[in-house]
Ligand binder design. Sequence first.
Ligand code: SIN
Length: 305
Amino acid sequence: MSQLSLAVELAGLGLRNPTMNAAGVLGMSSYQLKRLYESGAGAVVTKSLGRQPRNGHPNPTIVFVEGGVINSMGLPNPSAEYFRDEIKRLKAENIPVVASFFAASIEDFTYLASILTDAGADALEINCSCPNVGREKCMLEADRESLEKVTKAVREASSLPVFVKLTPNVANIVEGAKIAEENGADGITAVNTLKALAVDIDLRKPILSNIIGGLSGPALKPVALRCVWELFENIEIPIIGCGGVSYWRDAVEFLLCGASAIQIGTALMDHGVELFKEVNEGIRRYLEENGFRGVKDIVGLAHET
Ligand code: SIN
């Protein structure tokens, strides 16, 4: 019998396989998240939660473009307070939960980190990289001082593994990752969406109500892979790759570039939740056919020239 295992460990968080959903995709209720886990995800990630409920931006908030999707949802969510019970429901079934959250002040970040920890989440993912809201709604990592303070505050407020989700919309992603690492982050999620715009030529206007949104899907993948590559060469903490994973081969590319786990977002819309099974089976086949014993064996392997 094969000794091969897909299990991974991320800063103390043990997962049966390296796949998760990306925050915001099918993460608005315990029902949706449970379905993702039952379909094969190694862990589930909540929609980014804030202190107050938010409706987000008015429609249109999403547009399909060549190579992906541009969204400008505006962080709609039912609030972390509301989601406490949803997390408890998931934990009652032993489902590993990563709670994604955002805030506009250090005080709110601290508050949210403690209530999500008390609710039973297994890890926290700081979202300070949403391209769709301004500084007054969400502290953004592009402001390096904020990133330092936010990471430190969350680190102090919780004993859980803390992941920081970074934006690709910066000249140097390593700078932000190093600040997060130095201030206590246990992992980096790379990346959030890439700032983008779509135009309706008949209306002669941008399509999204917020004008600018974030591009995800296959077109984002090469950018995300480049970010993971650069991070792997410059930081010690684990990287969770995110951006354009649609097939198992994409997941393997992220692992080879240095990701220890991957998140799947946009592709769940096209391929459905069964994608988790396909991706995990594909990774398993790849490992078996190439004589590897586990996921860890191939993390960052493309750097060994
Ligand atoms: C949104 O709700 O606008 C998307 C979330 C994100 O990009 O972080």
